[in-house]
Write a protein that binds this ligand. Structure first.
Ligand code: GRF
Length: 196
């Protein structure tokens, strides 16, 4: 039975695009909706061009009322009956109440080798620490930020003349390889983590 995947974005959606492009042919899953909290996110027209339904739920009118924003998000999400949720450049922290119904079925990609550098500015922090390696991680989402079981990681070298931008670009290219490979394994029931 084809698994229904909802993808959450906040920006350009480069990871979402690679995931949608990969869910074809014998892939056990198909994208059913791309949701964004940012109405003019570049990934929304990109998803529409690929024929994927899109929904935006602007978080700004809800102010600090996170529960109300998530209730609106959940109301839209339920219309598409997703089996799996892929957070792909989604920049809102989701509460335990939102995450709990999708425990074990919500994935996220984070631009560091977790458990190192949870949170933001991961590349700058790796450079400041003098790390010789960086990378990205796909993990199951739990109520704890950037903390769930690791499903896959990809490593890149940190070069002496790297800036935050050059390192981010090198990691992003690996994200585009890692996330589709991990999602294929996940929806195929393969639970062993993938290390690229
Ligand atoms: C990526 O670095 C991803 O790791 C992080 O958001 C950034 C932008 O992702 N979660 P995308 O291009 O919007 O997929």
């Amino acid at each position: 039975m084809t698994q229904r995947v909802a993808l959450f974005i906040s920006g350009g959606g480069s990871n979402m695009i690679r995931l949608v492009e990969d869910m074809k042919g014998d892939h056990p899953a198909r994208p059913v909706v791309v949701l964004s909290n940012v109405p003019d996110a570049g990934g929304i027209p990109a998803a529409a061009r690929m024929g994927v339904p899109t929904v935006t739920v602007d978080h700004r009118p809800f102010g600090k009322d996170r529960a109300a924003f998530e209730a609106a998000l959940m109301a839209e999400l339920k219309r598409f009956r997703p089996d799996v949720i892929c957070l792909a450049g989604f920049m809102r922290v989701l509460t335990a109440d939102f995450v709990r119904p999708f425990a074990g079925r919500m994935l996220n990609i984070h631009p560091s080798l977790l458990p190192k550098y949870k949170g933001l500015h991961t590349h700058q922090r790796a450079l400041e620490a003098g790390d010789h390696e960086a990378g990205c991680t796909v993990h199951l989402v739990t109520p704890e930020l950037d903390d769930g079981p690791i499903l896959g990681q990809a490593r890149v070298p940190v070069l002496p003349d790297d800036t935050e931008a050059t390192l981010a670009a090198r990691v992003l290219a690996r994200e585009h390889q890692l996330y589709p490979a991990v999602l294929r394994r996940f929806v195929s029931g393969q639970t062993e983590p993938l290390f690229l």
